[in-house]
Design a protein around this ligand. Structure first.
Ligand SMILES: [Zn+2]
Length: 60
């Protein structure tokens, strides 16, 4: 895999690394964004908690 063939998913510059399941340039900002998209240090647990509760269908 040649990372330089890819662009940073956040700012569009040439990617320099692949981390948190995203291609990112060398910028810390973009790496942070990649980390957040993946759910941060808490991972999927945090993401689950912030999901809106679906109350549709309860009103029958
Ligand atoms: Zn970037």
């Amino acid at each position: 895999m040649n990372i330089e063939e890819y662009d940073c998913q956040f700012c569009g510059k040439k990617a320099k690394q692949y981390c948190f399941a995203a291609f990112v340039c060398g910028s810390e900002e973009c790496i942070d964004k990649a980390r957040e998209e993946r759910g941060g240090p808490g991972g999927h647990m945090k993401k689950k908690r912030t999901e809106p509760i679906n109350i549709e269908g309860n009103d029958k």
